[in-house]
Design a protein around this ligand. Structure first.
Ligand code: 5RP
Length: 232
């Protein structure tokens, strides 16, 4: 699949998911290229159809895009709940375990998701996998002592790589932390790995989102396909 086709599928999933946002709702807005299509559609509905909702964003990038359409965005602590959060994902398996954080927004994404009544992911079909792990697993790490955390990951065989910008500096998240990507290729025991990572001092959060999502909308050449998680 080339990038143009992939973008068409992402766009179709984003437009389909935008239908879930209704007047008066509080909606969590994720981050990434698929979510950009979602926000474009929500912006269109806001401007052309008078849709009124409050958004909580998972990154400054998404906040800027949403506000450019006149969508009202508030801080997560200004709302007591989020009705639905719509976000992208890097990989999803049949048990609804996913990897997120390709766009370095995993910490805010997990905070918004954790406080949401319903979580929806929008993906193109290339993101649906048998076993997660081919996509390098992002881990958000505090800069102080990050070298030691990376060494620990190396000792455990996690194949860590500090994520760098094009000019060779460490990527910084919206919380000013680093991202370390684990090139594990195949994650057979995601729950064990998640526990190990979160118990490592210096790790703020990891990109394993295990059985959190309720619905996955998959951009498919035959039209958007919905996968529903019945185990939540
Ligand atoms: C950002 C994310 C994104 O949702 C994920 O990387 C998918 O992005 P895209 O829609 O561009 O493929 O987790 O941290």
């Amino acid at each position: 699949m080339d990038k143009t086709q992939q973008d068409e599928l992402k766009k179709a999933a984003g437009i389909e998911a935008a239908k879930l946002v209704e007047n008066g709702m509080i909606a969590g807005l994720g981050t990434g290229s698929t979510v950009r299509f979602l926000v474009d559609e929500l912006g269109r509905r806001t401007q052309e159809e008078g849709l009124e909702f409050t958004g909580v964003t998972t990154s400054r990038r998404t906040q800027e895009q949403a506000e450019s359409y006149g969508i009202k965005i508030v801080d997560i602590d200004e709302v007591d709940h989020v009705d639905v959060t719509i976000d992208g994902a890097d990989e999803v398996d049949k048990d609804f375990n996913g990897i997120k954080g390709g766009g370095a927004a995993l910490l805010w994404e997990k905070i918004v998701a954790t406080n949401s009544k319903k979580i929806v992911w929008i993906v193109d079909e290339s993101k649906i996998v048998d076993t997660i792990g081919k996509f390098p697993l992002p881990v958000e790490v505090i800069p102080f002592g990050a070298g030691h955390v990376i060494k620990r990951f190396e000792d455990r065989g996690y194949k860590p790589v500090l994520r760098l910008t094009e000019d060779g500096k460490p990527v910084r998240t919206d919380e000013n932390n680093y991202v370390v990507d684990l090139h594990m290729d195949c994650i057979d025991h995601p729950q064990d790995l998640a526990e190990d990572l979160i118990n490592t001092v210096g790790v703020v959060e990891h990109g394993l989102f295990l059985n959190m999502v309720d619905t996955v909308i998959v951009g498919d050449p035959h039209g958007p396909r919905v996968m529903t998680n019945s185990n939540k």
